[in-house]
Design a protein around this ligand. Sequence first.
Ligand SMILES: [Fe+2]
Ligand SMILES: [Fe+2]
Length: 271
Amino acid sequence: MPQTLAEMAVDVLTTADGREKTRKSRAYAAEWFAARKDGGSLPIGQAQPPLRPSRPEQPGLLDPRDVPKRKPGSPQGRIALLHAVAHIELNAVDLHWDIIPRFTDTRMPVGFYDDWVKAADEESKHFKLMCDCLEEEGSHYGALPAHAGMWQAAEDTRDDIMGRLAVVPMVLEARGLDVTPNMIQLFKNAKATSAVKALETIYAEEVSHVAYGSKWFHFLCGRDDVDPVPRFHELVRKYFHGPLKPPFNEEKRADAGMAPDFYWPLVEQST
Ligand SMILES: [Fe+2]
Ligand SMILES: [Fe+2]
């Protein structure tokens, strides 16, 4: 049995099956927060995370250009969308656990670990919600191909905690805030009640994941006496391949502590 938070993280990362990965993720989160309740804490420890997390054999992973496009308004299109979100959520579970053992050489307050354990716990719930919706529609996670390359950002930033925070929560997860309202509307139009409810839960909880990224990015900038905005631009240009795409959900981004001067200058300017 893992004794430290870092060992728990590595156990989640090296578990392939999605349901089993997320079950462990939630159990370890409960263990962590039980210890934190009285002001205590489990040791963070040290453990070597794998370069890439274990994943189930299905879904097969395809280059995004080769993933078949389906009409978004059709039943098949809605299943494809739920499947894509399930894949994103499973990837997010691994991303949040990965940041814990990956950067233990950088001294961080215990609140840093609280935030990522909580985010990982929520992503595990989101994965289950999406799996349940897929099963309600007669499908399942693994039935369709999924995007390869989602782990690329994690690999690229494996030696750079600020790069990781800039690209994963502050670019990729912030993008989720931009696109989720339209997705919810699409399922509302189809009167797909459980999917609407699930996506509304996801949308509400994702704001805090972006906020955790922004909080710890600012914390590290403050500790090093660095100006956060130019550093953010520099890191996103270095690690994120492609421009940021408006329209932005400026309201939710602001809730998450991301002012417009972070993202607008990166529109069509990244390489
Ligand atoms: Fe999520
Ligand atoms: Fe998230």
